[in-house]
Design a binder for this molecule. Sequence first.
Ligand code: SF4
Length: 305
Amino acid sequence: MEQLSLEGMPRRLYACTPTRLSTWLDCPRRYRMTYLDRPAPPKGPPWAHNSLGASVHNALAGWWRLPRANRTVAAAGDLLEQGWLTDGFADPDQSQAHRQRCRQQVQQYVAALDPAIEPAGVERTVSTRTELIAVSGRIDRLDDRRADQGGSGQPSDLVVVDYKTGRHEPTVDDARSSLALALYALAAGWVLRRPCRRVELHHVPTGRVAAWEHTPESLDRQLRRAELIAAECADADERYHAAATGGAPADDAFPPRPGPGCGWCDYRARCPEGSAAAPRRAAWDALGPADDDASAPGPGVDQLA
Ligand code: SF4
């Protein structure tokens, strides 16, 4: 049942994920087609970079779930190959070339890890709430750095680790400004009742890490920002549902945000403004050449705190 929007009346708690909020910021029309239109509009064909990203994420998650003695470098490569997803690639040759490259990257990445240090979570769902929002999301990896700090027994920061598999190497500013990472940190701290302020973007192709150490104040700022975005979403949702039951049309609550990114949008074919803004990209365009030497820089950590 929809809540009445009476002035002064408290809003119903808005349940969301960081992805939902960022979709709203990117393009309200895409938000509507993703989260509100039912039946859901058909998407375009699958993207090869999504298949590649999911394959790498699954392999790394599977590696941590192996018994400790089996967490070898070769095992990570084997998991990658066994779970390789082929949707979106131009042909089997292209898929195989990228599979081999990703096997190397995943192996290089896990070679720099200590398999004996158990993460606090792998693909762990966490959630938290305020008086206005209930936010949940799944963290690629949640590290417990207490284990490699000499075992002092003192509670230390948990660390949110987010894997990146694209060609773009994330920066410290990406880690600092990420709403999703900040919300994950807050939710992890809430669920585990321990401080969680450090967030890291791990670029699997290069092994490089972009890290940011939040303060309680910077996390709170991100939470307030999430509440403001969620309030906009809640207003638009209410207008959408009111229109569906005979109220005023709500199209202007979901304006398109056409731009170069429309070439990658799953709903471009259903969006005249987006279709005019950018040609549809080929399903494998984001991959780059399979012999791209993205791993050249080698592992390292970029950090500002
Ligand atoms: S094509 Fe562009 S403007 Fe249209 S819904 Fe997608 S992102 Fe928004």
